[in-house]
Design a protein around this ligand. Structure first.
Ligand code: KIV
Length: 272
């Protein structure tokens, strides 16, 4: 589809809804540090997600569960210092919003106040309704996240495609409509059938952002380490790698090690 792109100097939650209305797809990518966020922002990515996937790709944990609110705030404030255009959304980490709405609000306020982020993201539907309401009432924009919700990995047991059966698909549709009614500005749909993504996206006026949700989402998100090919052992069907940075980096680092060992680095020109 050819779309005339409007120029957005600064992306806001309103710009995203506007993009959906004009048929412009939304690009979203994760970033967790200053240097990467600077590149991602300059490349005109619309939304930067400081995802709790930092727990995996930055800290080396097997799941997203261990990352703390303080650690998310540290990542988010590094990203915020780099960004001039993108909307910066930060994940509320596991354990910072599930026990009660007041705790959820306190966590969201800490993220907004201490990092300077523009919005928060929470995983779940009906179960977290009161928390979403409370955060929205405080004037904090909320992005929803349905389908495969990695913070519930021990309940699911696997990272396979969600909502393949009618009952789970119907709950997902009801949750998405509920999140829109409450006032969420967008919803991530992770690893669900493409036909379901289409159904949900067509039934909402707020944009959906897919990861493993197929082409009918209003936007797409990937983890930056996956897109760049740094996580070379991870290859789900939905992932398109735009680089093989793992091999490129390994080669460069090996060359450096060799040069140091041989006494070739530094050369006469590289010293004072
Ligand atoms: O934490 C994350 O990176 C995410 C994306 C996978 C949507 O939530």
């Amino acid at each position: 589809m050819s779309v005339t792109k409007k120029e957005y100097k600064r992306i806001t939650v309103k710009s995203l809804v506007d993009m959906k209305q004009h048929g412009e797809k939304i690009s979203m990518l994760t970033a967790y540090d200053y240097s990467m966020a600077k590149i991602v922002d300059a490349a005109m990515v619309d939304v930067i997600l400081v995802g709790d996937s930092a727990s995996n790709v930055m800290a080396g944990h097997e799941t997203t569960l261990p990352i703390t609110l303080d650690q998310m705030i540290y990542h988010a404030s590094s990203v915020i210092r780099a960004v001039k255009r993108a909307l910066v959304v930060v994940d509320l980490p596991f354990g910072s919003y599930q026990s009660d709405p007041k705790e959820a609000l306190r966590s969201a306020i800490r993220i907004m106040k201490e990092s300077g982020a523009h919005a928060v993201k929470l995983e779940g539907g009906e179960e977290i309704k009161e928390s979403v309401k409370r955060i929205l009432r405080a004037g904090i924009p909320v992005m929803g996240h349905l389908g495969l919700t990695p913070q519930s990995i021990y309940k699911f047991g696997t990272y396979t495609v969600r909502a393949k059966d009618k009952q789970e698909a119907e709950k997902l549709i009801a949750d998405a409509k509920m999140l829109e009614r409450l006032g969420c500005f967008s919803i991530v749909l992770e690893k669900i059938p493409a036909a379901l993504t289409k159904k949900v996206s067509d039934s909402l006026s707020i944009p959906t952002i897919g990861i493993g949700g197929g082409k009918h989402a209003d936007g797409q998100v990937l983890v930056i380490h996956d897109l760049l090919g740094m996580t070379h052992e991870f290859h789900p069907r939905f992932l398109r790698r735009y680089m093989n940075l793992y091999d490129g980096m390994s080669e460069a680092i090996s060359l450096y090690v060799n040069d140091v060992k041989k006494g070739d680095f530094p050369s006469d020109e590289e010293q004072y």
